[in-house]
Write a protein that binds this ligand. Sequence first.
Ligand code: GRF
Length: 190
Amino acid sequence: MEKYPGKKNTAVFISGRGSNLKSLIKHSKKKNSLIKIVLVISNNPDAEGLKYASNSKIKIYGNKNKSNFENKSLNLLKKYNIDLICLAGFMKILSGNFIKKFSKPILNIHPSLLPKYKGLNTHERAIKNMDRFAGASIHKVTEKLDSGKVILQKKVKILKSDNVRSLEKKVLKIEHEIYPKAVDKFLTNL
Ligand code: GRF
């Protein structure tokens, strides 16, 4: 019998440390979560997160070959009947062709209060602009970078004493909290 009946087969794409991956894996193991993580893919075969996934008995795939990364990944997504992709610290931009061919939802976590600060160096920009708040957003992935519908976001206060590192730490903490919530929220409203 299936261990988690009704859970959506999910693939997580990462590029490095994988702390958001860990929080998603932890969540997926709860009885009432709506996802089962069956595949972790990385454009960096040395990504730390891949080791964690493999130790958690999840299938992993690492490939830094730009030209066949997407096609090989699409084959695996099909093979493992993936219903949902969660990008978590995945630093490569997926092509429109990939998004179209996968044809199921893709979510991403971005360390800013979207639509503010799309792209890189979000904390640096928030501090430079003397913003009062920073935060994280989970959004749907479309062909336009960091521009799909926001599913959930949470703010944190930027203190005068904050620097990029301290802000990054604070935001990462809320990332771990909201990504699992956003995934279940998204799947519930599907
Ligand atoms: C996170 O801050 C994520 O929002 C950003 O990259 C970082 C990845 O961290 N895009 P991790 O690999 O999940 O630890």
